[in-house]
Design a binder for this molecule. Structure first.
Ligand SMILES: Cc1cc2nc3c(=O)[nH]c(=O)nc-3n(C[C@H](O)[C@H](O)[C@H](O)COP(=O)(O)O)c2cc1C
Length: 398
């Protein structure tokens, strides 16, 4: 095992190592973490949501307006600090202001948009609309990277893209409308919101061992069709491929090699990096992740988003599980549909403020998302607080 790792190409982008730092909301992966990761040879993902949640902001409008400013600023800074364009942004379909956030990303010429938490069915439409509005050339238009948990979801997205936007896309960009890459995130191991029903989590149907090969095969066929078309038109750009990037549970080089052996061209990693110096969070947040001082178990919990989430079962989660409805402050309408805002349901809370509180260091007053391997951070605190050291460990040839 463990040859030198191959570069990862996503559309017109290329990174030395096949690793993506996953976007972590809210506000954990900002310019510092992203640019460091990019400089170390991977792709970094700016967390796209929640930038508008600042002291004194209580209305939905102010939250959204400020959020767009912060997002644009973070993308600009991440690109400037990185000195290349391997900067992605994570935009979640379920949030309010999704379309406008795509606009901010396009306007600021982000390298790519990774989009999940719902199916990004209209992403190409938004991208084309804003590329035209801001006069962004095809070379500077972001790569589009859906995040899915099954091959079926990817097929639904591509069919809708091609049906609704395919013709227009071909006219503008001269090629078949397809994702530049697919991130497949397994609900069995990933942290944060999970793209499966609770009963399906942990099943082999949703494991990367099952879904990665399915997607490799499926995207291979799409790529071949598109390539044939290009070849037929005499385009010298062929051949091309649509890389599959595996997310969830990658911790060390052995895990990465396993994913590559399944046919993935890269991995997305988040939990391993959550307590590194560059992550935009209070020290209390990082200490909790490093120490897990109360030995809280990692559980699948409910979120008002309507998706399950993987998190530590801290005091806050225990209160929710006991049936409390917890008021964390004014609602800024961050979600298109929110169980907490829209119903009187018990066992509910504001997910935006719950994530914000822990990032600010109030680790008992919110939700600490983590992947299934979170407890391994304490095995080697020195390495796990350093992005440089983790990258050295996972990229060196054995
Ligand atoms: C604290 C935390 C926050 C996350 N936030 C987001 C997010 O905002 N959007 C998203 O698409 N994925 C999010 N994720 C999922 C990760 O980006 C990633 O795909 C997944 O956690 C990878 O698995 P790993 O943590 O085992 O490496 C989050 C994960 C964690 C741990």
């Amino acid at each position: 095992m463990s040859e030198k790792l191959a570069p990862l190409r996503i559309g017109k982008l290329e990174a030395e190592f096949p690793a993506v730092l996953g976007g972590m909301s809210i506000g954990l992966t900002t310019e510092e973490a992203v640019s460091k990761f990019v400089k170390l040879g991977g792709y970094g993902t700016v967390a796209g949501v929640g930038g508008g949640l600042e002291e004194g902001i209580v209305t939905s409008r102010d939250y959204l307006e400020r959020g767009y400013e912060v997002l644009g600023d973070r993308i600009k800074k991440a690109k400037n600090l990185s000195k290349n364009n391997n900067v992605l942004v994570n935009l979640m379909v379920a949030v309010t202001g999704y379309k406008e956030s795509v606009g901010v990303a396009v306007q600021n010429k982000v390298g790519g948009i990774a989009s999940g938490a719902g199916l990004p069915l209209d992403l190409p439409g938004h991208v084309m609309e804003y590329a035209e509005k801001y006069d962004i050339s095809p070379d500077e238009t972001p790569e589009m990277i859906p995040i899915v948990s099954s091959a079926k979801a990817a097929r639904v997205i591509i069919n809708r893209w091609q049906r609704d936007y395919g013709e227009q896309w071909e006219k503008i960009y001269g090629k078949t409308l397809l994702p530049s890459a697919i991130i497949v995130e397994t609900p069995n191991d990933a942290g944060g919101h999970l793209g499966a029903k609770p009963k399906d989590i942990g099943t082999s149907e949703y494991s990367l061992e099952t879904v990665v090969p399915q997607l490799v095969e499926m995207m291979g066929r799409y790529a071949l069709d598109a390539e044939y078309k290009l070849w037929y038109q005499g385009d010298p750009e062929v051949p091309f491929e649509i890389p599959i990037i595996a997310a969830g549970g990658s911790w060390d080089r052995g895990d990465i090699d396993k994913m590559l052996a399944l046919g993935a061209k890269g991995v997305q990693m988040s939990t391993r990096f959550i307590a590194t110096d560059e992550i935009n969070a209070a020290q209390e947040f990082k200490d909790y992740h490093m120490d897990n001082p109360n030995n809280d178990p990692i559980v699948v919990m409910t979120s008002p988003v309507g998706m399950p989430g993987r998190a530590y079962e801290n005091e806050f989660v225990r209160r929710i599980n006991r049936g409390e409805r917890i008021d964390l402050g004014p609602c800024v309408n961050c979600l298109q549909r929110c169980e907490y805002r829209d119903t009187k349901k018990m066992s509910s809370y504001c997910i935006l403020r719950a994530l914000h509180n822990v990032r600010m260091g109030y680790v008992n007053d919110g939700v600490l998302f983590t992947g299934s391997k979170g407890n391994r951070l304490k095995e080697d605190r020195e390495t796990n607080s350093s992005m440089v050291k983790i990258m050295q460990e996972i990229t060196k040839a054995a």
